[in-house]
Design a protein around this ligand. Structure first.
Ligand code: ASP
Length: 472
């Protein structure tokens, strides 16, 4: 990016004042106390949290588009993106798989679901049903899909086959969601109406469009340069706006935490819910923390920089992720803090928007723990094959989950369906999901940032940058 005039407000580091971090920590603690002891009053603060959330969200589209275009342009040639592209996707996939693996290990060791009382525990999950009519086997779906005119529930016919073996195959087939998730992500990348995507803050099509647009602009000579300069200016302005909004983070975070805890009925009600699912919550949180430490190790190894410093600099983004439960809404801060930690603007622009949409380490880990927890609670033995299905689907379900609050709960159904576990088991987790969602969102953001730092060190720092033409 080209040099700019100094930020609107002079700060010691150029990235937020020194008082901000302690103020945010105070916001978290006071928000927790206020929500715990004065739940009714705390709920009334919701609007303050919403203001902060909206202020962040309004920056996402202009920030992603302008910083990607300007980042590509400063590399000079879109073909240079092949290597960082592959590395980013590879690291995202590897860290997500690692997260699921850790989830599977923790939930198998701690067994939080054993002994949890649920209705229908010990029964086999509802399966597709086979009815034999003479030489035809009719396979019915496990859900009741529609009703006849006289109100009789009717199951959907999945297949009509002519042998018991074929019928059994058809019952095993289950959801076609695995391919579905990948197809969904690919389909989402290319949208027919980019304005509509922007209106819905759909990041993937914006990334694709900006990559193409920025790449093409670099081939247009002087004409392209004018447009690039424009987006470069927009990108810098957006970063300065993130900086400004960050000053409201202590109050925003305070209000978000207080209001949510207030909504949950205050401290006693919250701890009551946590205690009911105490072992499960503990298992999720311990596994998330363990994974966070592993990610720090990966950062030290691949980015060759100090992970503790990186964590401290990212802390503002991580607490925002915790208080908003949305990695998309946190994206502007993740980008800002990463740059503050020394990650190049090119790597930040290239790696993080994609990560906010597809890379969810915390969600992946959570989904594997939750699925196996449900199996344990229902007394269902998951053999190695079953656990493998959970492993693969949890990875894919996390990719398919949007960076918004409790999106992981919906994609959980894919995992449960694929592993043949009772989907109604999700009901067990509802009361506490809003809290665990916040914990996993923080790890989602940490995972994105770590990969951003690694890709920066491994590829971007070694690329020749395009010489920047004078702006006028
Ligand atoms: N809330 C998470 C996020 O925004 C997604 C989820 O796990 O529900 O990253």
């Amino acid at each position: 990016m080209t040099d700019s005039t100094p930020p609107l407000e002079d700060t010691s580091s150029g990235h937020g004042a020194k008082w901000l971090l302690p103020a945010i920590i105070a916001g978290v603690l006071l928000g927790g106390l206020f929500g715990a002891f004065m739940p009714e009053q705390a709920e009334g603060l919701e609007f303050l949290g919403e203001l902060f959330l909206n202020a962040l969200k309004m920056l996402i589209v202009p920030l992603v588009v302008s910083s990607m275009i300007s980042g590509i342009a400063s590399l000079g040639d879109v073909r240079k993106l092949g290597k960082p592209g592959l590395l980013t996707v590879g690291l995202y996939a590897a860290t997500t798989a690692l997260a699921v693996f850790i989830g599977v290990i923790f939930v198998n060791l701690l067994k939080p679901g054993v002994g949890v009382a649920v209705e229908g525990a010990g029964q086999a999950p509802p399966k597709r049903l086979i009815i034999q009519q003479e030489s035809t086997y009719i396979v019915l779906d496990k859900e009741q899909h529609y009703y006849t005119e006289d109100g009789q529930p009717v199951r959907k016919v999945v297949a009509k086959v002519h042998s018991q073996k074929e019928a059994e195959e058809a019952t095993k087939e289950g959801e076609k969601s695995l391919v579905g998730v990948i197809a969904k992500v690919l389909r989402m990348m290319v949208a027919e109406n980019i304005i509509e995507s922007a209106a819905h803050t759909d990041i993937l099509p914006l990334i694709f469009f900006s990559l193409l647009f920025g790449g093409v602009l670099t081939t247009l000579g002087a004409k392209g340069q004018i447009v690039l300069d424009f987006f470069d200016g927009v990108a810098e302005a957006m970063m300065s706006m993130v900086n400004l909004i960050m000053y409201t983070a202590p109050i925003g975070i305070f209000a978000l935490i207080a209001a949510r805890l207030g909504k949950a009925g205050g401290g006693t009600a919250f701890f009551g819910e946590i205690a009911k699912l105490g072992n499960y919550s503990l298992c999720v949180i311990l596994a998330l923390l363990f994974h966070a430490v592993l990610l720090a190790g990966i950062y030290a190894l691949l980015a060759r920089r100090n992970p503790i410093h990186f964590f401290r600099t990212l802390f503002k983004a991580l607490t925002t992720a915790f208080s908003t439960a949305s990695s998309s809404a946190t994206l502007p801060l993740t980008m800002e803090c990463s740059e503050e930690a020394g990650v190049s603007p090119e790597a930040t622009a290239f790696v993080l928007p994609l990560g906010a949409t597809v890379n969810m380490n915390g969600t992946a880990l959570y989904e594997s723990v939750a699925a196996i927890f449900i199996a344990q609670a229902y007394g269902i033995q998951l053999d190695f094959g079953g656990q493998l299905v959970v492993f693969v689907t949890a990875t894919l379900a996390a990719i398919g989950a949007a960076g918004i609050p409790e999106a992981g709960l919906v994609t959980m159904l894919i995992v449960l369906n694929a592993a043949g576990l009772p989907t109604e088991g999700v009901g067990l987790l509802l009361s506490i999901d809003w809290f665990l969602d916040r914990c996993r969102t923080a790890i989602n953001v940490w995972g994105d940032a770590v990969v951003g730092g690694c890709v920066d060190e491994m590829v971007f720092s070694k690329l020749d940058k395009a010489p920047t033409l004078p702006a006028d």
